[in-house]
Ligand binder design. Structure first.
Ligand code: MG
Length: 390
């Protein structure tokens, strides 16, 4: 019966020169954890690793003062799976969130998500399976998808970046195997953004289904409607986070006017928030995209609750394309038969992106068969994790 012997936590910079309509990423960091088990293989303990994806800062204080002490204080017998083969992420979740009031999630959903990722990595490693196969077996999900749709998120604003540079960036994504790309809007005026959209479409053979745009929650209703009207003729893949992520009425009104797909959810961190989005934001199951990030929103355990909710409400899991661009979500997408996974080629290092030898072709990522999440195949990140507990 595996037990946790130690949990190490640290912070790593994921700085980037990029900025979107709302924030610049030059000061961004994230939390990393190593959950060490008492199972020894090849002379070393089996260790699960986790980190929080980009967009939220490190949550070290909550990890150190609340989440990790609760887990270490729990009776190990209360934490194992029914078959005794792993520390159970679901039982651990109940312990980690003990004595937390509902609502107002703040950064604690991030702290729980980081440890949740490490526990799933550990469970799959103990079984000797890549996470997508472990999930398929553990939750009886049928055969996992062999590959996952990925699109290249970029097209950020940068000082001095002109249209030819933007087009070169997109050409580079195409050369890396992506057919579908996403660019930022809302950091300039509408006329300028439309010129940027047209410049990118030129590189994509004018095919709007290969381009998504992301306003990062920047617009008020009037601006969102104006952008919607201007963007509609391009028949884009989707129009992402037009307004504040919690302004469901704005979303519902825009959905009445904009016939294309809308996408949102990366800044909603619980299944209750997800349910409110489905109830009140006018989201359309036949076209819209849900981007809840399994790490930032209390981990995969909570994400599975969201999947139950979607089934109850007649949504296909294929409409989910999580935010974050990380290895964890690629396994989740394959096992849960989601619609895909975001990717930020080359950005948010060392945590962002996939294995060093990952193959992407025609915007599809082939899944790694390494045990766990496969961090060991991402050398720079693995070095950082090892240093946590070496
Ligand atoms: Mg986004």
């Amino acid at each position: 019966m595996p037990r946790i012997t130690a949990i190490h936590e640290g912070t790593v910079a994921i700085s980037s020169a990029m900025s979107n309509a709302f924030i610049d990423f030059s000061a961004m960091d994230c939390s990393i954890v190593a959950v060490v088990s008492d199972v020894v293989r090849d002379g070393e303990p089996v260790v699960g690793y986790g980190f929080n994806s980009n967009g939220r800062y490190s949550a070290g204080e909550i990890l150190r003062r609340r989440v990790i002490p609760r887990l270490l204080a729990a009776d190990p017998d209360d934490l194992v799976t029914a078959d005794g083969a792993a520390v159970d992420p679901e039982r651990a979740w109940e312990v980690m969130t003990r004595n937390e009031k509902p609502g107002g999630h703040g950064e604690r959903s991030v702290a729980v998500g980081v440890v949740d990722m490490a526990l799933f990595d550990l469970a799959a490693k103990l079984a000797g399976l890549p996470l997508h196969r472990w999930l398929s077996q553990h939750y009886d999900l049928g055969a996992p998808d062999p590959d996952v749709f990925v699109y290249a998120a970029g097209g950020y604003y940068a000082p001095g970046k002109d249209l030819p540079q933007l087009q070169d960036e997109v050409r580079e994504f195409l050369a890396q195997g992506y057919d579908v790309v996403k660019m930022k809007i809302g950091g300039a005026d509408l006329a300028t953004d439309i010129k940027r959209v047209e410049a990118v479409l030129d590189v994509l053979d004018g095919d709007g289904s290969r381009l998504a745009v992301d306003a990062n929650g920047r617009f008020d209703l009037t601006t969102a409607l104006a952008y919607g009207e201007a963007l509609e003729p391009y028949r884009l893949r989707w129009f992402e986070e037009p307004g504040d992520p919690l302004d469901f009425a704005l979303h519902a009104t825009l959905a009445e006017h904009y016939s294309g797909a809308l996408a949102t959810g990366e800044n909603l961190f619980s299944h209750t928030d997800a349910r409110n989005l489905l109830r009140y934001a006018g989201m359309r199951p036949d076209r819209d995209i849900l981007q809840f990030d399994p790490v930032l929103g209390y981990g995969l355990v909570e994400y599975l609750r969201i999947q139950d909710l979607l089934r109850q409400r007649g949504w296909s899991a294929r409409r989910c394309i999580p935010h974050g661009g990380h290895q964890f979500a690629s396994h989740i997408a394959a096992a849960l038969h989601l619609g895909g996974n975001e990717s930020y080629p080359g950005e948010f290092q060392p945590t962002g992106g996939f294995a060093d030898d990952a193959v992407i072709a025609h915007s599809r990522l082939t899944l790694s068969e390494s045990p766990g999440i496969g961090f060991e195949d991402k050398a720079a990140l693995y070095r950082v994790f090892r240093a946590l507990h070496a």
